[in-house]
Design a protein around this ligand. Structure first.
Ligand SMILES: [Zn+2]
Length: 400
């Protein structure tokens, strides 16, 4: 059998260095999908590619000029292109948005309007009324373009990330907002970008159980945001899943196993997740447990697990299994991730991530700095060994 340590190194190098960023719909994404499918096949698995259509997007460049200054800006992911010079209108809250005439102008959004990222307008899993209202008002009032002042001081963390929202828009870090915030000045905004219809696929492996239809579904997403090597988010989770398929090659359980490399967690439309749910929802009642790996393997960090809606017998098995693994600890449940697809459909989930990942969100995650140097391959191997042990223990407790 392939040495699991060597295999993990190979997966990380392939996904993060040879391929690099792999946003859904891109050529790189299709290369990642092929690599993952082939790895499963080498471990003796039969692979289903669940194909679907999706939008590919490329952002080339942005220029923002206001009050005689060039201001550092980023293109909001999925923005349409534009080349506009217009008067600016500064808006800080929903009341401003309702009252001001912004048609044909450049709306500069800040304050309450940009205190958090606005959910994509067609996002199904969680979408606050306030976000939908902001989108609706902007679409009614038709500004020529939008410049959003991010809540993040240092980084232009996107406010809009929505391929169904057709007003061109860019984002600036809060530090650089000073020269933008006087209404009536002229702003020039040029965005070079392209939306293009494309395809993607979830990579699915099913290993039938010895008894009945019950199954454990093990998931990790393969896609990244544009421009990031996506080591921690989420080459490491894919490596954990593939390594598990390697070490389980000749094992069977009472329940079935399903491995799903989801394609779309970091894409505005969550296309892979949505298609999976639409096609397989009737099977959800047979799922004993979803295990989702996202962000495992951070160096100098423990592995954080949490149970969401796990019945007592499953929770006890998870806890007993954890005890001999020094690296693994319980953490509070977190709600961003593919496990929510299951939890919202009454399927219990166990999530695995790195306990130390949360301070890195907005600074490292989704940036060019998410590289394999952040990872400890031994920690990824531990996550797979834990899952192997968990399946063996679950099989004894509830398998048949
Ligand atoms: Zn992720």
């Amino acid at each position: 059998m392939t040495d699991p340590n060597a295999f993990i190194d190979q997966v990380l190098e392939k996904l993060c260095i040879h391929i690099g960023d792999r946003p859904l719909g891109s050529r790189n994404n299709q290369r990642a999908q092929e690599f993952i499918g082939n790895s499963f096949r080498q471990h003796g698995c039969e692979v289903e590619d669940q194909d679907f259509t999706c939008m590919d997007w490329r952002g080339e460049s942005v220029l923002l000029h206001a009050n005689g200054h060039n201001i550092p800006a980023s293109i909001s992911p999925y923005s349409l292109p534009c080349n506009i010079t217009a008067e600016s209108v500064t808006l800080a809250n929903i009341h401003d948005l309702e009252m001001r005439d912004i048609r044909g102008r450049i709306a500069v959004l800040h304050g309450e309007l940009t205190r958090e990222a606005i959910m994509p307008k067609n996002f199904r899993f969680w979408n606050p009324e306030e976000h939908q209202k902001i989108i609706r008002l902007l679409e009614e009032k038709k500004p020529a373009a939008i410049v959003a002042v991010s809540f993040n001081e240092e980084q232009p963390t996107p406010i809009f990330e929505d391929g169904d929202f057709d007003i061109p828009n860019a984002v600036v870090a809060k530090n650089h907002a000073g020269k933008l915030l006087n209404t009536g000045s002229n702003i020039a905004l040029t965005i070079v970008s392209e939306r293009r219809p494309s395809t993607g696929a979830n990579v699915i492996v099913r290993k039938p159980g010895r008894v009945g239809k019950k199954k454990v579904v093990l998931t990790a997403h393969m896609d990244t945001k544009p421009g990031t090597p996506g080591a921690l988010d989420n080459a490491s989770g894919i490596a954990s899943l593939l390594t598990l398929s390697l070490i389980l090659q000749s094992q069977t359980f009472g329940f079935g196993l399903e491995f799903v490399a989801f394609n779309g967690e970091d894409h505005y439309s969550n296309a892979g997740e949505t298609h999976y749910l639409d096609k397989y929802q009737a099977e959800f009642r047979n799922i004993l447990l979803n295990v989702n790996c996202d962000g495992v393997g951070l160096k100098d960090s423990r592995i954080g697990i949490s149970c969401m809606d796990c019945p007592e017998p499953i929770h006890s098995v998870c806890d007993e299994t954890r005890k001999p693994f020094n690296l693994i600890e319980w953490i509070e449940p977190w709600v961003q991730g593919d496990h929510m697809l299951f939890v919202m459909n009454q399927v219990p989930a166990l999530t695995m991530t790195s306990s130390g990942i949360f301070p890195l969100v907005d600074t490292i995650i989704h940036t060019k700095n998410d590289t394999p140097a952040l990872l400890d391959p031994e920690s990824i191997l531990q996550s797979s060994r834990f899952l192997e042990r968990l399946l063996i223990n679950l099989d004894r407790a509830v398998g048949s």
